[in-house]
Each structure stands twice: as structure tokens, then as C-alpha cells.
Ligand binder design. Structure first.
Ligand SMILES: Nc1ncnc2c1ncn2[C@@H]1O[C@H](COP(=O)(O)OP(=O)(O)OP(=O)(O)O)[C@@H](O)[C@H]1O
Length: 258
């Protein structure tokens, strides 16, 4: 991978915010973290994140890497509103999530954030089309609209021939494509991915990365992906490295995200 150092060029002393490969989107902020600290209470207190400051623009595709225990999952949980910081601010799509109650955060998550995971997390007793339809049913979308949207996203991920299969009858790559279709169907502007290629062989992993890149390009979805894999990270435009709960590096990837 070739990284461009993450420092503003002359004339952009205010920072990267506003600098754009596609300026109409990048000038707007999707995620902003200010002085974020996250500690977990237990027998002894663990500080998982310590003083994170980060801005991610609308339409960016970002990889988060770091050793085990460096705080990647904790960060992803905060970005998705699944957890709140111990102190500091996490603003997602203009909303300070710590100021919302659990019900408001849950409604916010449903419309703005979608997830994919290493282990797919599909409902084993539901067919492909039913798995993909689930978030729309939960949101009370009318049946006709659900049928149309599900067919559309299944076409987009190349699974139109698998609508009536159960997850068990699919390959790992196909299961991840179902999970991506389920993420896509709500039209959420932020997609959080936790090791999305972690269970796949190289070829299947490449297909998933290509699909994510295409979603990012076609829909302008902001994608934040935790990964241990350098190759997966190079599919992104920007790499944020965590170590010991801090941002150790933040750089743009030459040719990433294309
Ligand atoms: N619910 C929790 N309670 C207590 N400590 C936790 C909890 N979740 C995470 N931690 C601790 O916080 C630190 C950061 O954990 P986190 O899971 O965010 O790291 P990670 O970079 O995602 O690790 P991995 O790559 O192994 O998944 C670790 O020291 C972990 O043990």
C-alpha cells in the first residue's frame, strides 16, 4: 500500500475538512469525535479510547486498523450509537448521540446506520428475501414497497437467483452479500463494517470489497470498516490506525476506494 501523509497542503491550513476528491460530498461532515474517552468499569477500570479527535466526511470510505485491544470495536460502537462515550462528543450526521435517550438513539440508528459483521448475523430460519426485508418490516414500510426495494438490492448484490434460499444453503461470500443487501435496503447513509472479509477466502473477500467500493461510488454511502487485513484496508481511501486507544496514524491511500 502507498500512503499519502495525512497533512493539509498549503492553502488548507484549516485542515482536510472541505478538501475533496468529490468536493460536493466531502465538504460535509458525517462523523465528528471531539476529545472522546471511553472507559469500561469492571474489577478494574479499562480505558479503551483516550482522547480521540476525528472527522469523517460524507461519502468517505475509511479503514480502521490496529492491534487487538487497541479500541477498534469500541470506536465502531460509538460511531453507530450502540454505546456512548464516557466523556467527549460523538456527532453522527449532525446529532450528538450522547444527548439522546436510548429510544431516540435506536430510532436514529435504524434510519441512519447499517452494519455488516464478519459472521454475517443473518436469521437462519428466514429466506434471503426475508432477511433483507427485515429492517423495512421493523420500520413499518408498506409491503409493496418492501417487495420492490428487496428485489432491487438483491439484483444489485447479484443474488436475484437466491431469493428463496435459507442462509445455510449459501456460500460465505453469498451470505455476506445478503448482509450487504440488508444494510443497503434501508438507504442508511452510514455503513459500519466489522471485519467484513474476515471469514472469506481471498477471491470471495475481493468480491465483497468490490461490492462495497461500488456501493460507496454509486450511493455515496459513508463506509467505515474495521479490518486486520492490509489488502482490505487498501480498498479504502483513508486509513486510520489505532494503538492503545489513540489515533496513531491517519492517512489517505493512493488509489484506494476505486
Ligand atoms: N464491555 C467491555 N468491558 C470491559 N472492557 C472492555 C469491554 N469491551 C472492550 N473492553 C476492553 O477495551 C479495550 C479495547 O477493546 P476493543 O474490543 O475495542 O479492541 P479491538 O481493537 O476491537 O480488539 P480486537 O481486534 O481484539 O477485536 C480492550 O482492553 C478490551 O479488553
Amino acid at each position: 500500500m502507498h500512503f499519502r501523509p495525512f497533512s493539509p497542503p498549503l492553502g488548507l491550513r484549516g485542515g482536510w475538512e472541505g478538501l475533496a476528491i468529490r468536493p460536493q460530498r466531502r465538504s460535509l461532515t458525517m462523523l465528528k469525535l471531539c476529545d472522546v474517552i471511553k472507559t469500561y468499569d469492571g474489577k478494574s477500570e479499562v480505558t479503551a479510547l483516550t482522547g480521540i479527535n476525528l472527522t469523517i466526511g460524507i461519502g468517505e470510505m475509511v479503514a480502521i486498523m490496529g492491534p487487538s485491544g487497541s479500541g477498534k470495536s469500541t470506536l465502531l460502537n460509538l460511531l453507530g450509537g450502540l454505546d456512548v462515550p464516557t466523556s467527549g462528543q460523538v456527532v453522527v450526521a449532525g446529532k450528538d448521540l450522547a444527548k439522546e435517550n436510548e429510544k431516540e438513539r435506536s430510532l436514529f440508528r435504524r434510519s441512519k446506520v447499517s452494519y455488516i459483521f464478519q459472521a454475517y448475523h443473518l436469521m437462519p430460519t428466514l429466506k434471503v428475501s426475508q432477511n433483507v426485508a427485515l429492517p423495512l418490516h421493523l420500520a413499518g414500510v408498506p409491503a409493496g414497497e418492501i417487495t420492490r426495494k428487496v428485489a432491487q438490492v438483491l439484483r444489485e448484490v447479484g443474488l436475484e437467483g437466491r431469493v428463496n434460499h435459507l442462509p445455510d444453503a449459501l456460500s460465505g461470500g453469498e451470505r455476506q452479500r445478503v448482509a450487504i443487501a440488508r444494510a443497503l435496503v434501508t438507504g442508511a447513509p452510514l455503513l459500519l463494517a466489522d471485519e467484513p472479509t474476515g471469514n472469506l477466502d481471498t477471491a470471495r473477500g475481493e468480491e465483497i470489497l468490490n461490492l462495497l467500493r461500488s456501493i460507496h461510488r454509486e450511493h455515496g454511502t459513508t463506509i467505515v470498516m474495521v479490518t486486520h487485513d492490509n489488502h482490505a484496508a487498501s480498498a479504502c481511501e483513508r486509513l486510520i490506525k489505532l494503538r492503545d486507544g489513540r489515533v496513531e496514524g491517519d492517512s489517505y491511500v493512493a488509489g484506494g476506494g476505486r
